[in-house]
Design a protein around this ligand. Sequence first.
Ligand code: NAD
Ligand code: UDP
Length: 317
Amino acid sequence: MYNLERKQILVTGGAGFLGSHLCERLLNDGHSVLCVDNFFTGTKNNILNLLANPFFELMRHDVCFPLYVEVDEIYNLACPASPVHYQFDPVQTTKTSVHGAINMLDLAKRVRAKIFQASTSEVYGDPHVHPQPEHYWGHVNPIGIRSCYDEGKRCAETLFFDYHRQHKLLIKVARIFNTYGPHMHPNDGRVVSNFIVQALQNKPITIYGDGSQSRSFCYVDDLIEAFILLMGTADDFTGPLNIGNPNEFTMIELAELVLELTNSNSEFVRNPLPSDDPKQRQPDISLAKETLGWEPKVSLRQGLEKTIEYFDDLLSK
Ligand code: NAD
Ligand code: UDP
């Protein structure tokens, strides 16, 4: 039967870790999805199971260049998220965040589409306020090796709010905290995938610094649910909205749990702490609970089990 409710939805960065889960969820919800990606960190493997769906379309395109398509909604996720990858070509990272935001906002303005921005907890930098509420302005180094990402994302937020004020665009800005799950790239470089891949191969677990720095890890399914709920909020709700799991762990605690769940013989090796590495990070999700009626359901142990299963399968191929 013809689905009158079916929306045309653009997902930039749709072949990446989060983007591929979002594309699948939107298709399952009955929408048409246009996935735009330049495959810098994303891969066709993440969307292989979607390619046969007639309501899924894939376009190789760099968001640093304008895009002319007809869509009802836009989720702007295009940007490398792992420090290793966003520091590989930092100028391109800033361009992707800033020019990418301008191009997607111009598209939204032209077709009057509602637009979602995948912002980040990195806008809080190495925070002096803990946990971080949305009204905290952050503590960010503007000239360090993480700045291409942090300041790029901060500038993208500025652009979203200026297009909202100046051009009356409907915007939804999510500040995403560390998220993990299947479809992370085995060479992604982020801590969860690194530790799991190392443990499964009985290779040394690389602890940066003394491992006492903390992060709060959200399982991908919980995060995608919050994206959909945020996009469905009333027009006058713009965010920024923290989305993440407030359960905080040190990197040593994470490594020990990964070793236990993989039955691995790996030993810990200490590597230097990268510069500007935030010491702690935990979202204050009071606003998400209040506005979305949402909170994460998947514990770190449950989420790691599913992620380990994914990598175990991937590495055995
Ligand atoms: P990812 O690297 O797996 O996915 C990013 C995708 O964007 C990739 O498919 C990549 O090829 C694509 N891309 C990069 N530059 C592009 C360009 N110029 N044009 C078109 N496509 C481009 O990362 P992810 O974890 O899926 O992150 C997705 C978004 O969420 C990013 O914007 C990231 O900043 C944000 N985010 C993620 C996390 C997290 O923990 N996963 C946390 C905070 C924010
Ligand atoms: N980290 C680590 N070993 C690794 C990769 C990362 O100890 O192999 C640390 C890193 O120094 C940081 C934390 O884990 O303190 C999270 O790093 P990630 O790159 O996943 O995300 P981000 O720093 O952007 O939160």
